[in-house]
Design a protein around this ligand. Structure first.
Ligand code: UDP
Length: 236
């Protein structure tokens, strides 16, 4: 398989076509952004750490029967993935209140959410990724109702697998964001799963081990990502 031209450069990853129309190369860069790209920095080793972290998690999810776009690691900061037709929505599940939920509803950070919540956001930086719902997704044709229902079902299935995996390694999976797409008519998990797109706290101290360290200027960002990975058994 041969890497060809750059198709798209996002805030932290670039996507390349290959000689196979069904496959793409995802390049994980060291770029780190927050607040819709208003805060940007390069963090040494981040591309490599997130690439390997994502490969490990995607493999675990595939083992649990969740269809993912991940095919294989091809270098320290590149992976081959299936080319999906992406739904322009983000699916967020929360086990513990944090971030925008706390700001929006005025609830206390750290409150346990039972049952876990499910939220949808439109991927649109210019609009600041506004919150949407199932009705809006259907009306505007961002996904078909059955596809969205499947994405929601898979998002909760991911929670069952990962909540336990993180808990067994002494961590709390607070919340996370997933993106889905369609491959041969099937709803498939796309994008990435890394500490850039989830919140992880130490189970005992509740210390933040995810991108909130970058958002809040706490330092030790990549060291924390690597510690999360190390506890899960990832070799960087
Ligand atoms: N998230 C993300 N990309 C986004 C927005 C959110 O990966 O564009 C992740 C974020 O890291 C967190 C979860 O989704 O794990 C919920 O984010 P929240 O709605 O609390 O927004 P934030 O506080 O990050 O603005």
């Amino acid at each position: 398989m041969e890497k060809r031209q750059e198709l798209y450069a996002g805030k932290a990853k670039s996507v390349f076509t290959t000689d196979d129309p069904d496959l793409m190369v995802l390049e994980f860069r060291d770029d780190t952004s927050a607040f819709d790209g208003k805060k940007m920095e390069q963090l040494d080793r981040k591309g490599m750490v997130n690439n390997k972290f994502n490969a490990f998690i995607m493999q675990k999810l595939a083992d649990a029967g969740i269809p993912t776009h991940f095919v294989k690691l091809v270098s320290d900061n590149e992976s081959v993935v299936k080319r999906l037709e992406m739904m322009p929505v983000e699916c967020v599940v929360r086990n513990i209140a944090a971030g925008s939920l706390v700001r929006r509803l005025g609830v206390e950070e750290g409150m346990e959410l039972t049952p876990p919540t499910f939220e949808l956001f439109l991927k649109n930086d210019a609009l600041g990724d506004p919150m949407v719902n199932e009705s809006l997704v259907e009306t505007f044709g961002w996904a078909k109702p059955d596809q969205l229902a499947r994405a929601k079902e898979l998002t909760f299935k991911v929670n069952e697998v990962l909540k336990k995996m993180f808990a067994d390694a002494g961590m709390l999976l607070v919340d996370y964001k997933l993106e889905f797409g369609i491959f041969n008519g099937e709803v498939v998990l796309g994008d990435e799963f890394s500490p850039d797109g989830c919140r992880v706290w130490d189970k005992e101290t509740r210390e933040k081990m995810d991108k909130d360290r970058f958002r809040q200027g706490l330092g030790g960002v990549i060291e924390a990502y690597e510690e999360v990975g190390r506890r899960l058994g990832i070799q960087f």
